[in-house]
Design a protein around this ligand. Structure first.
Ligand code: FES
Length: 162
């Protein structure tokens, strides 16, 4: 597994937080997904070996929890909150605008490999919705016009990439 040194450090530390290694399964799945963008078979087998579990123990978790991904995502990750406050203030039209801008459907990778758009549950900023996260950055009060500006920014950054 080709994980970033920082991810490996966090994994080592996470394991120390639990009396038995197997209890670190969920944190490790999150850390590896954050590092790789998704959980491949190789990643699941690596985590299983690290925690002295059988891979099936982890496949059960990965297929049960909807936040785990089994397929690669785009270079940029757009997450739109769809929980009540954000849904009522316009999260769905914001999603439609991102979909239109990048021509890709929910949870798919755009044709140029640039983005994946996902709905997520509450991002803990309910008073200033709709909330959008792009990679690690949180954006508040995102209406359709602001979604267009954010999409333009992503496209401009992609155009600059060598
Ligand atoms: S409902 Fe969207 S951030 Fe809480």
């Amino acid at each position: 597994m080709n994980l970033k040194p920082d991810t490996l450090r966090k994994i080592d530390e996470a394991i120390t937080h639990y009396p038995v290694k197997r209890s670190a399964a969920l944190p490790l799945l999150h850390l590896v997904q954050e590092d790789q963008g998704y959980l491949s078979d190789e990643a699941i087998e690596w985590i299983a070996a690290r925690l002295e579990l059988q891979p099936i123990n982890l496949y059960e978790l990965v297929t049960f929890y909807p936040m785990f991904r089994r397929h690669p995502i785009g270079r940029r990750h757009i997450r739109i909150c769809r929980t009540l406050s954000c849904a009522l203030t316009g999260g769905y039209p914001v999603f439609e605008e991102f979909r239109r801008q990048f021509g890709c459907d929910l949870n798919e990778v755009s044709a140029d490999g640039e983005v994946t758009i996902e709905f997520v549950e509450c991002l803990a900023s309910c008073g200033s919705g709709p909330i959008v996260m792009i990679d690690d950055d949180l954006y508040e009060n995102v209406d359709v016009a602001k979604a267009r500006v954010l999409a333009d920014k992503i496209k401009a950054e992609a155009a600059k990439r060598p």
